[in-house]
Design a protein. Structure first.
Length: 61
């Protein structure tokens, strides 16, 4: 995965946009519905200020 991120960083903005659009198409597929719902729920939590601090995150372990 790190190789993928490194490669994307080398692309120009136009090609980065193409990769982003392709990823959006994939995420709209049925098999990613659960992930998309989780992401949307998390975005709503963040928007409402429901975030954990670093200490809170590790205190649960």
């Amino acid at each position: 995965m790190e190789d993928f991120i490194e490669i994307i960083s080398l692309l120009d903005d136009k090609d980065k946009k193409k990769i982003s659009e392709f990823a959006r198409v994939l995420l709209r597929r049925k098999k990613y519905n659960k992930l998309r719902k989780e992401i949307d729920a998390r975005r709503a939590e963040i928007k409402n200020g429901e975030v954990l601090s670093h200490e809170e995150l590790w205190a649960d372990r």
